[in-house]
Design a binder for this molecule. Structure first.
Ligand code: PLA
Length: 512
C-alpha cells in the first residue's frame, strides 16, 4: 500500500518534471525559473527514500545521496546536485539555453574563406604573412632555433608562472632597449604571456583587480578583440576619436580632446606602431603631444605592440612611441606579441611588461601578475619562448632575423605600392587613392563600408573584415590588379546603397 503510494508520488513528480522541461524548452525568457524548479523536482524524484524504482547510473556520488550520507542541503548545491539532474534529463539538453555565438569578425572570415570553392578566392581577412605564392611562411631563423633545441634535447618540465627567464630578459630588452634605465634599474615587471591577446587579457585582469574604478580608453576604430578583452575582464571602456573618414587620416584633435575629457587616471590603450585596423600612426611630434595630455590627466598609458619590426622593417623605429613615453618617466603597461615579427602565430608567445617607478613596485606588480596567471592557465608554454630566447639572444640569429623581417616588411610595401598604382590607373573617376601609401603595417583600411566589403566577398571572392580592412600580407603582386578591380567596382557601384546603410548602422560609443 505504502509502496504503491510512493510509486504514484514518484510518477507524479516525474510527469511534472517532463512538463516543466518541455515548457522550459519553449520559453527562454522563463528558462532560469523553470530550470531551477525542474532540477529540484528531479533531485527529489531520485533521492531517498522513494526513488528506488528509477535506475541510477553507476556513480558513487549518486549512490551516496541515495544512502543519505550527504547532508540534505547538498542535494541542491554543487556537483552532486548537477549529476543527479543530468541522470533524468534524457532528451532535453542542459544546454538548450545556450544561444549560438556569432562568428568572430576576423577569424570567422578565414572559416568563410575555407568554405568557398572558387579559384579566384583570396583571404585578406586575418593578418597573417604569406609568401608571394600565398603560402604560409616559417622563418629560417625559427627553423634553425628549433633544430638547436632538438639537438640539445631539452625537457618539457613546467615553466615558472612568469615564464622562461631567458625569454623575459631578451623580450624586455628588445622592446625598451638593453641600455634603457628602466631595465638597468630593474623597474620592469615582465611576465611571459599567451601571445599578445593573452598578455592584454592578463593586464586587463590586473587593471580590474587593482584599479576597479578606472576606465580604459580605446581608439575608434581599434582591433576588434580589444573590446572583448575589456568586456570579459569587466573593465569599463569608452572610445576616443582616431580615424577621420574625410581625410582617411588621423583625427588628431578629436583624439586629444577625448583623452582630455576622460576621467583622470584612465588607462589609455595605444597601438605602439602600425595601428590596427587603420594603418595610421601619429607622427613623432603628435606622440609628444599625446604624452603631454596623458601626463596632464594622470592617465596610465597601455601600449599594445603587436608589430614591432614588422611595420617599418626596423625593430628600433617601431619601438619609438613606447621608448618616448618611458623616457618621459611614465609608469606604463606594454603587451607584446611574436606572432607577426617571428611568424609564431600558433605558438602563442608574447609578454606583458609593466614599467614601474621603483624596483620594489616592479617586484610587487610581478607577484600579482603571477597570482592572476596561476588560476587562469598556471604557467605558459615553453616551445615558443625557447625559440625567441634562441633567436633574440643569439647575435648571429638576431641579425639574420632582422634581415628576414626587412624582407617581409619589404614585400608588404611592394604590394602596397602596386595596389596603389593599379587603383590609380584603373579608376576613371579620378579618386585619390594615395592614402593607401600613407598607411603603415600589414593592413590597408580601404574606406569600404560593410555593404561594400560584403560585395567584395559575394561577387569577387575576396575575404576581408567588414570594416573595410584588408591584410596586404595575404596579397601577392600578381593579385593586385584583380583586387583593384574589385575595390573600384565595390566602391563606386555600391556607393549609394552603402551610404544609406552606414547612416542607419552607427557603431556604439560607450560600453559596460
Ligand atoms: N593586438 C593587435 C593590435 C593585433 O592586431 C593582434 C592580432 C593582437 C594584439 C594579438 O595577436 P596575438 O594574440 O596573435 O599575438 N591581430 C590579427 C589576428 C593579426 C587576430 O585578430 O587575432 C588580426 O588579424 O587583426
Amino acid at each position: 500500500m505504502v509502496g504503491s503510494r510512493r510509486l504514484l508520488i514518484k510518477n507524479g513528480v516525474v510527469v511534472v518534471y517532463v512538463v516543466l522541461s518541455v515548457l522550459r524548452w519553449r520559453s527562454h525568457r522563463i528558462l532560469r525559473c523553470f530550470d531551477r524548479m525542474a532540477s529540484a523536482l528531479a533531485s527529489v524524484a531520485l533521492s531517498a527514500p522513494f526513488a528506488r524504482g528509477v535506475p541510477l547510473p553507476e556513480n558513487p556520488m549518486v549512490q551516496r545521496i541515495g544512502a543519505g550520507k550527504i547532508h540534505d542541503n547538498r542535494l541542491f548545491k554543487g556537483k552532486a546536485f548537477r549529476r543527479v539532474s543530468m541522470a533524468v534529463s534524457v532528451n532535453v539538453s542542459r544546454f538548450d539555453g545556450v544561444t549560438m555565438a556569432p562568428p568572430d569578425p576576423i577569424l570567422g572570415v578565414s572559416e568563410a574563406f575555407r568554405a568557398d570553392t572558387s579559384d579566384l578566392k583570396l583571404n585578406l581577412g586575418v593578418g597573417a604573412y604569406r609568401t608571394e605564392e600565398l603560402q604560409p611562411y616559417v622563418l629560417n631563423v625559427v627553423e634553425k632555433a628549433e633544430k638547436l633545441m632538438l639537438e640539445r634535447g631539452e625537457n618539457k618540465e613546467y615553466l615558472p608562472i612568469e615564464g622562461l627567464a631567458a625569454f623575459n630578459k631578451v623580450t624586455a630588452e628588445l622592446l625598451f632597449g638593453a641600455d634603457n634605465p628602466v631595465i638597468q634599474e630593474g623597474r620592469v615587471a615582465t611576465i611571459q604571456g599567451l601571445s599578445g591577446t593573452g598578455s592584454l587579457r592578463l593586464a586587463a585582469a590586473f587593471i580590474q583587480r587593482y584599479f576597479s574604478d578606472a576606465k580604459a580608453l580605446i581608439s575608434s576604430p581599434t582591433w576588434g578583440n580589444h573590446k572583448n578583452i575589456f568586456n570579459d575582464a569587466r573593465v569599463p571602456w569608452s572610445e576616443y576619436r582616431y580615424y577621420d573618414p574625410r581625410t582617411v587620416g588621423l583625427d588628431f584633435d578629436g583624439m586629444v580632446a577625448d583623452i582630455k575629457a576622460a576621467p583622470d587616471g584612465s588607462f589609455v590603450l595605444l597601438h605602439g606602431c602600425a595601428h590596427n585596423p587603420t594603418g595610421i600612426d601619429p607622427t613623432p611630434d603628435q606622440w609628444e603631444k599625446i604624452a603631454d595630455v596623458i601626463q596632464e590627466k594622470n592617465h596610465i598609458p597601455f601600449f599594445d605592440v603587436a608589430y614591432q619590426g614588422f611595420a617599418s622593417g626596423s625593430l628600433d623605429a617601431d619601438a619609438y612611441s613606447v621608448r618616448l613615453f618611458v623616457r618621459r618617466g611614465f609608469e606604463l603597461l606594454v603587451a607584446q606579441s611574436y606572432s607577426k615579427n617571428l611568424g609564431l602565430y600558433a605558438e602563442r608567445i608574447g609578454a606583458i611588461n609593466v614599467v614601474c617607478s621603483s624596483p620594489d613596485a616592479g617586484t610587487r606588480v610581478k607577484s600579482q601578475l603571477k597570482r592572476l596567471a596561476r588560476p587562469m592557465y598556471s604557467n605558459p608554454p615553453v616551445h615558443g619562448a625557447r625559440i625567441v630566447a634562441n633567436v633574440v639572444g643569439d647575435p648571429n640569429l638576431f641579425n639574420e632575423w632582422k634581415q628576414e623581417m626587412e624582407l617581409m616588411a619589404g614585400r608588404i610595401k611592394n604590394v602596397r605600392q602596386r595596389l596603389y598604382e593599379n587603383l590609380s590607373q584603373k579608376d576613371e573617376s579620378g579618386k585619390d587613392w594615395s592614402f593607401v601609401l600613407k598607411q603603415i603595417g600589414m593592413f590597408s583600411y580601404t574606406g569600404l563600408n560593410k555593404v561594400q566589403s560584403e560585395h567584395m566577398m559575394d561577387k569577387w571572392h575576396i575575404y576581408m573584415t567588414k570594416d573595410g580592412r584588408i591584410s596586404l600580407a595575404g596579397l601577392s603582386l600578381s593579385k593586385c590588379e584583380y583586387l583593384a578591380d574589385a575595390i573600384i567596382d565595390s566602391f563606386h557601384n555600391l556607393f549609394t546603397a552603402a551610404l544609406l546603410v552606414s547612416k542607419l548602422v552607427r557603431p556604439s560609443k560607450v560600453n559596460v
